[in-house]
Design a protein around this ligand. Sequence first.
Ligand SMILES: *Cc1c(COP(=O)(O)O)cnc(C)c1O
Length: 386
Amino acid sequence: MIYLDYAATTPVDPRVLESMQPFFREQFGNPSSIHRYGQAAEGALSTARETVASLLKCQPDEIIFTSCGSESDNLALRGAALARRSETGTEKILLSRVEHPAVVKTAIQLERMFGFKLGWLEVDELGMITPRAVSNAIGDDVALVSVMYANNEIGTINPIHEIGLLCREKGVVFHTDAVQAAAYLPLNVDELSVDLMSLGAHKFYGPKGVGALFVRKNTGLIPSITGGGQEFGLRSGTQNVPYIIGFAHALSLATDERSDRIRYVIPLRDQIIGTVLETINDVRLTGHKQERLPNHASFVFKGVDGNLLLALLDSAGFACSSGSACKTGNPEPSEVMEALKLERDWGLGSLRVTLGMDTQAGQVKQFLDSLPSLVEKARRLKTGKP
Ligand SMILES: *Cc1c(COP(=O)(O)O)cnc(C)c1O
């Protein structure tokens, strides 16, 4: 089996796993305890927080550890929206339809259950949210803007710095979901001009079930999890020390090795994009050609059921992903494909191929040799022709 779905999740780096081990049994203390067990855990937790802060170029007390990227997005959106409304009376949230469901569904809940207003930012045909789209929509009634750093389905990288400057000019809080971007893109929060930034470890060779939220000093945030007051009162609950250690180590390795990792995956990605567009009919690249994640290739095939193609790929030994939501019997193109305004017979046939540190050139070749006939088979099965 060949794994080509690193945007969904990555295996834990053995070096990361090793650094986590002592914190399950030997140093198992609760960081809030006064005794030495607690102090040891608190020391390790502080070091991890300092490591993450130094990588993001912020202060340690601006890092909140959470249980995942989704929780970070939830805390950012709900927390900042509620705080801004009580501080300023503003209650409009700007976001786009291509955001991750952890952002979109939280915003929709804020609208339906808490009376906030949503403003949907336009997305261009490459899936990008431009500074112009934000400046056209931003007004005095806006509490919060949320724009993802890089899109998980189509790999497009957004101009976060420019959007951040626009928000700052208007005094509007700016959140970016950097969960997919963190493996490959720079994370300096000042250069990005963000107030809130979500991260999740399992997208950069850390463990699943641990995330972080950068919260710029003086950004109001109402906690979703209240209790013992851990994480500066913004996220109660005894910290998951071993996983936080893993998070910090994985992010540190990702930063140190970033340029090597980029140099490794780009030629493989470009080979996939070039060959697929050359060898298969009625195919389009989705997302941006240049401004895209270095490990990310995504396509739509006309007249193909994306889920069927994934099943055929799986039987042939390739683990890939599709953008289309998996609704049996009544497949619908994903929100992202809808936002790109793709016609239905294209939007249903999406395929995402994402690479990682363990991807071998020979595996890419095998994939490229197999794909054309599998696409053809999927087309035949869809039309019912023999
Ligand atoms: C994976 C992902 C998430 C969710 O992260 P989890 O840690 O799986 O909850 C959020 N946003 C983006 C862009 C992602 O790729």
